[in-house]
Design a protein around this ligand. Structure first.
Ligand SMILES: Nc1nc2c(c(=O)[nH]1)N[C@H]1C(S)=C(S)[C@@H](COP(=O)(O)O)O[C@H]1N2
Ligand SMILES: [Mo]
Length: 435
């Protein structure tokens, strides 16, 4: 008997019988697992993730990553996709699309968890793949599950402002993962639409929701689905399980949506990042990054501060007093942050259009705005001519009738209607027209 006989025998057995444990389908006994449950949950996920793909794309367009200096990923996808321009009105639109984005992604979490629970036995398949097409199917499934979990987790980290937790650029990672997700989703839908149709045809779309516990039976076993070989007695109805999942989703949504809606409901958003004391008075609304936090020194923003306007060929330097001497305009406009919160305030300042004219530029074209803030993705932004030309696009000097506070961008900050919050640059140092 050679020394290799034993391991050989073991390998043969492993190949024939599988490694046991979770790979043994007989151990998965819940009668609720099966194609109907998987299909029903998929409809919820398709709606929510569909909304996320759509609003994610809109957010991408709103960032105008094709403009010089606005690159998001540093990769080949930093261009205008499908050639249209994000509008400057209605001013609240980005607040709604981005609010929907984080809300849909968050309420999807319990449904995603339930879907993974439902199909879990299929992840332990033995042998892992019998043919090349099965291997491809499993690869696409791995990419789908992996990218959706990755998107949800990076999104949650972002809306919690916990950037230190990520060792990479959130925007680039979230963006590319969305493309992987989209590709895997298309493959998955193509492969599974038949299973879903079959499940709904044989069991009805809603009929299983009406079954009481006694009528809650397993779907017929089929190695290709997650239905159990040897179902145990049910302990909960399908309606009960879906009620818990839906209830968890509703609770998450109820404690989050307040932060996306202008003003008053913010206090209800128990899941939004908390603990910031915004004080009282005209400047009492949330701050994304404080002046001290990004290293703005008081000596940079005192009376010696100057705004530099670079036209072509003009260059103009203005003090805050010069700006206050120009025609002032007041507009009620929101800040719509990409992290999902919005706030509506009344801003007063100089039109960007008028600043362009001051620098000798009749029609503003693209404008590159640079902050006093030394570096980082938020220290500059390029606005389109479409934005800079809008009557309501301001270099704001005041908010709610008072001077801007240091944290809200004193001496001057940009406010553009319907722009992503991050483009409303604070502590502006210079603007270059016609880039
Ligand atoms: N220079 C500079 N401008 C900035 C930021 C920043 O970090 N640095 N944050 C931006 C983001 S992401 C948002 S949402 C708004 C928030 O404005 P607020 O802090 O006045 O509420 O400012 C924008 N302007
Ligand atoms: Mo933001």
């Amino acid at each position: 008997m050679s020394a290799l006989d034993r391991p050989r025998r073991q390998l043969r057995r492993l190949l024939a019988e599988g490694p046991g444990g979770p790979f043994d389908r007989a151990r998965w006994t819940s009668p609720l697992r099966g194609p109907w449950m998987a299909s029903f949950l998929s409809i919820g996920l398709a709606v929510l993730f569909g909304l996320d793909l759509l609003t994610g794309y809109l957010s991408y367009v709103a960032y105008q990553p094709g403009l010089p200096g606005n690159a998001l990923t540093g990769g080949g996808l930093d261009r205008h996709l499908f050639g249209w321009t994000w509008p400057t009105g209605p001013a609240w639109l980005y607040g709604v699309t981005q609010g929907v984005h984080i809300l849909a992604g968050t309420v999807a979490i319990p449904i995603l968890a339930a879907k993974l629970w439902t199909v879990m036995p299929k992840f332990y398949k033995w042998p892992p793949a019998k043919s090349a097409s099965q291997a491809l199917e499993r690869l696409s499934l791995g990419l789908l599950v992996g990218s959706s979990i990755f998107l949800v987790i990076t999104g949650l980290i972002d809306i919690s402002y916990w950037y230190a937790g990520l060792g990479f650029s959130f925007v680039a990672a979230h963006f590319y993962a969305a493309w992987v997700f989209l590709g895997a989703l298309v493959a998955h839908v193509g492969l599974k639409l038949g299973v879903m149709r079959q499940a709904f045809r044989t069991r009805g779309v809603l009929a299983p929701l009406r079954e009481d516990l006694r009528a809650t039976a397993a779907e017929p076993f089929d190695a290709e689905t997650s239905a159990p070989v040897a179902p145990a007695a049910p302990t909960v109805t399908r309606r009960g399980m879906l009620g818990m999942v839906g209830g968890a989703s509703l609770a998450l949504g109820a404690f989050l949506f307040g932060e996306s809606f202008l003003g008053g409901l913010r206090g209800t958003a128990l899941l939004a990042p908390r603990g910031q004391d915004v004080g009282s008075g005209p400047n009492a609304f949330q701050v994304n990054k404080t002046a001290a936090g990004v290293g703005i020194k008081p000596s940079e923003t005192d009376a010696s501060w100057r705004l530099e306007l670079q036209g072509d060929p003009h260059k103009v330097t203005l003090s805050r007093a010069d700006l206050l001497a120009m025609e002032q305009h007041t507009h009620e406009l929101p800040i719509n942050c990409v992290e999902g919160w919005s706030t509506l305030q009344t801003w007063t300042g100089v039109r960007l259009r008028d600043l362009a004219a001051r620098a000798g530029v009749a029609s503003p074209g693209n404008v590159r705005v640079q902050s006093l803030q030394g570096g980082g993705q938020f220290s500059h932004a390029t606005l389109s001519g479409h934005q800079a030309g809008d009557d309501r696009a301001l270099l704001a000097l005041k908010v709610n009738g008072a001077d801007l506070s240091a944290d809200h961008g004193f001496p001057a900050r940009v406010i553009v209607p319907n722009a992503p919050g991050v483009h409303n640059t604070k502590w502006v140092a210079s603007m270059r027209f016609g880039v």
